[in-house]
Design a protein around this ligand. Structure first.
Ligand code: MGD
Ligand code: MGD
Ligand code: SF4
Ligand code: MO
Length: 755
């Protein structure tokens, strides 16, 4: 006789008719998991599985990776270019020739009328490195605007800026294997289990094998905080004070590594003088962490034979984001924890290829971490590309967060947005909307035609997505990994690099016929420019990569001898090794896990800088009118503005509706119950959210995920960091109101679901 479970029908998992498995790297987060896409006999992606012999994930995937094949069949993909003369008209289908000619013509018209820099370009961290390289060549070599930036300003800019200030160059020095060696791990403003589930798994495995203290600094009791040995629920935006106070204790108690400091750093005296002011008693009043806890953590960190810090947006998205990163580097320099196993400053990157854009997109400089400010760097790229050196600007242009205000002031008249959705992701979106409405020409290049920003565009260019084209991503630990093409793009959608190459052709018709035929069998006649006064800067050898493989060859050449050296890589070797960590060259043919192992840094004197960092409290703070801190961030099931995950049923079902985490005691005072709709107001605007009661947030704070259109970024202020220009998304002040008509609120709220 059968009882209980065994009596029920057994669960069966439908077999997938997979014909072949195609190697790829996950297209969501910067963990960089190796996976394979299962394709059926009709060429359709029907499954995904993890790659077991990949160092990064060893066969594991998180839920976004497991369901990633479903993006291929998601609705509202862009399949044909769309155009309208005025944004109040409906779009009409147009040919690629029309769309590309129109883009070229509008860019040149605006530049000729208002100046070269009046046309701006905002890109992303989510296309392939080769595509970034090609875009950079198009912008720096042909279009010639200096107002070219990416959404990485919303994300990694503070880490980049902090690494540059401390070490003389961008580039995370550590790797995931450091978890296996560390004797103390501090995680600041990083919700690893939800945002980088497989890095978390690596960390947890290391922790299970070999106990080491885990310290978590986060105002919210995240899952990581719950498993920490010590959770420091810091007052929002005050991490710099905590870090300065830790350095204070370490110096005062003589726990610093004097030999390391003397041999490899400069600036110690000024630094020591400043942190002398940050004693734990005074610091505890500012950052809300008990003075003894600060001392204990500082001692633990300094006494460990190897200690490391990881951080993400809790540090970067702050008015002292860049300083916070430098403070982490300071801490690791004074304790000799850079470039050694288990001792590092490892910024956990965000998007799948936020690293690739930093390395080769030319967004803030020139390829291979070259700087516009450096004569030798300009001269090298001028010679290599065949672009007159004087055509390059001598300093970087506007950041994304400065481009929108420049539209308001009329300095920017045209904008090209590539793979980012600022109408949902920028702070204070009402202001962004007004700015977009002022543009004479807006072109949006995205894989989905329903992305919110297209509502304000004149032209939409449909791009092929991850898995529908081949190319490289670099992950958090500098690992370059490949995505092979598993699927054909839908309709007329084209790889981003094809679009860049076609525009290049229109801007500089090939002279010597060096450019080969276009990929995917599509050829269009090059359109001569009506006015070629912008072109005399081009040398005869100027050519434009027509495929990712061609761009990769250029990347290998220009990166030779640089920190981010790809010269020893080939696509085959990358796939074979399941990713290679740069530098990869003759000295390190299989890549290198760590940077600065020899204590030689990238500042001209070869030393790292210890920098004194005074804390300036300039956040918007809760007051009587707006009594709650608004904290924003992510949940595991959604990806950013939900253009992908909002359309995948198995993922969207976990949180289809905008919600707010709220402490039960605060809710009770306002008469709010679980699952009530509440109105949340800031000095900018208001939004409606579902109330989720949880002890995860403090009674004077709420947390709202960033993923929903017309929601949290209507409220956020986004004050900017002075170095990185990154917005402080994590600190604004809000008020919460009970809504009497719950039914009406539900209807209003439905609109925010968008999909
Ligand atoms: N599932 C999923 N994963 C993702 C993404 C996604 O959209 N969805 N996006 C990717 C991208 S681009 C990024 S940048 C990363 C972001 O990854 P994370 O930075 O880990 O994620 P967030 O939720 O933005 O914020 C992390 C934590 O910062 C804390 N925090 C807020 N204010 C402060 C503060 O003042 N001090 C400190 N110390 N902490 C604070 C928040 O409470 C939150 O728990 O995730 C990547 N991974
Ligand atoms: N309140 C708040 N706001 C935030 C944050 C926060 O923590 N709080 N975090 C910020 C951070 S860290 C980030 S990274 C940003 C992210 O913000 P966004 O960059 O705006 O977010 P995504 O939804 O990832 O947008 C990427 C777009 O690229 C498209 N796309 C995907 N693949 C391709 C491709 O191959 N080619 C092309 N052409 N398009 C493609 C997608 O459909 C999508 O529309 O949000 C920022 N905004
Ligand atoms: S952890 Fe990141 S890279 Fe790995 S499967 Fe999940 S989303 Fe993809
Ligand atoms: Mo990000």
């Amino acid at each position: 006789m059968l009882f209980g479970r065994s009596k029920k029908n057994p669960i069966t998992i439908a077999t997938k008719p997979v014909e072949k498995w195609i190697y790829a790297t996950c297209g969501y987060c910067s963990t960089g998991c190796s996976l394979e896409v299962g394709v059926d006999a009709q060429g359709k992606g029907v499954s995904v599985r993890g790659v077991t012999d990949a160092d990064v994930n060893q066969g594991k995937l998180c839920l976004k990776g497991i369901f990633e094949f479903e993006v291929f069949n998601s609705p509202n993909r862009g399949t044909i270019p769309l155009y309208r003369d005025n944004t109040f008209e409906p779009y009409r289908d147009v040919t690629w020739d029309f769309a590309l000619d129109k883009t070229t013509e509008q860019i040149r018209r605006i530049q000729q009328k208002y100046g070269r820099d009046s046309f701006a370009i905002i890109s992303t961290g989510q296309i392939y490195t080769e595509e970034f390289y090609a875009l950079g060549k198009l912008v720096r070599g042909l279009i010639g605007t200096n107002n070219y930036d990416g959404n990485t300003t919303l994300c990694m800019a503070s880490a980049v800026s902090g690494y540059k200030r401390s070490f003389g160059s961008d580039g995370p020095p550590g790797c995931y294997a450091d978890f296996d060696h560390t004797e103390c791990l501090m995680a600041i403003g990083s919700n690893l289990p939800e945002q980088h589930p497989i890095i978390y798994w690596r960390m947890k495995e290391a922790l299970d094998r070999r106990r080491f203290p885990l310290i978590v600094v986060d105002p919210r009791v995240t899952m990581l905080a719950q498993m920490a040995d010590m959770h420091l629920p810091i007052l929002p935006g005050t991490d710099l004070v905590l870090l300065n106070a830790m350095a204070h204790v370490i110096l005062k108690e003589n726990l610093h590594n004097k030999d390391y400091i003397a041999a490899y750093t400069t600036g110690f005296d000024d630094f020591a003088k400043l942190v002398a002011d940050y004693d734990p008693v005074m610091a505890s009043k500012i950052c809300g962490i008990d003075e003894d806890k600060i001392r204990t953590v500082a001692r633990l960190y300094a006494k460990a034979s190897a200690a490391m810090t990881i951080w993400t947006m809790g540090i970067n998205q702050s008015t002292h984001g860049s300083d916070g990163v430098v403070a982490i580097n300071n801490l690791n320099l004074i304790t000799g924890n850079i470039g050694k196993p288990g001792g590092t400053s490892l910024s956990i990157t965000g998007q799948c290829n936020a690293m690739g854009t930093r390395e080769f997109s030319s967004c803030s400089g020139l390829p291979g971490y070259r700087q516009l400010e450096k004569e030798t760097d300009r001269a090298f790229m001028s010679q290599y590309w065949g672009v007159e050196e004087s055509f390059f600007p001598t300093k970087r242009g506007m950041f994304e967060t400065d481009i929108f205000p420049a539209i308001e002031t009329g300095d920017i008249k045209g904008l090209w947005i590539i793979a980012t959705n600022p109408m949902t992701s920028m702070p204070n979106t009402a202001r962004i909307r007004k700015a977009l409405e002022r543009l004479e020409f807006l072109v949006v290049q995205d894989v989905y035609s329903d992305v919110e920003t297209t509502k304000y565009a004149h032209l939409f260019l449909p791009a092929a997505m991850w898995g529908e084209k081949e190319g490289l991503f670099t992950n958090t630990e500098r690992r370059v990994n490949i995505v092979r093409q598993a699927m054909q793009p839908p309709g007329l959608a084209k790889p981003d690099i094809w679009i860049f190459a076609e525009l290049a052709k229109r801007m500089a018709p090939p002279t010597g016929g060096t450019n080969g035929p276009l990929p995917l069998g599509v050829t269009t006649p090059a359109v001569a420019m009506s006015d070629s006064t912008l072109l005399p800067h081009l040398g005869k050898q100027f050519r434009f990569p027509q495929s990712t493989a061609e761009a990769f060859e250029e990347i290998r050449e220009v990166s030779k001898g640089r920190l981010c050296d790809y010269s020893g890589m080939t696509y085959e070797k990358i796939e074979e090794q399941r990713g290679i960590q740069w530098p990869c060259n003759d000295a390190n043919p299989n890549g290198a896990p760590r940077l600065y192992t020899d204590g030689k840094f990238q500042h001209p004197d070869g030393k790292a800088k210890l920098i004194a960092l005074p804390f300036i409290d300039n956040n918007e703070r809760p007051d009587e009118q707006y009594p709650f801190w608004l904290n924003t961030g992510r949940v595991v099931e959604h990806w950013h503005t939900r253009t992908k995950t909002g359309k995948i049923g198995n993922i969207n079902k976990f949180s289809p509706t905008p919600f707010m985490e709220m402490n039960p005691s605060a809710a009770e005072k306002l008469g709010l119950k679980q699952m009530d709709y509440a109105r949340i107001l800031s000095r900018r605007s208001s939004a409606i959210v579902l109330v989720m009661l949880t002890q995860r947030v403090a009674p004077d704070a709420v947390f709202i995920p960033m993923h929903y259109y017309d929601c949290v970024n209507r409220l956020s202020l986004g004050l900017l960091d002075p170095y990185s220009r990154q917005p402080a998304y994590k600190q604004s002040a809000v008020r919460i109101e009970k809504i009497s008509d719950q039914e009406a609120a539900g209807i209003t709220n439905l609109q925010a679901r968008s999909y």
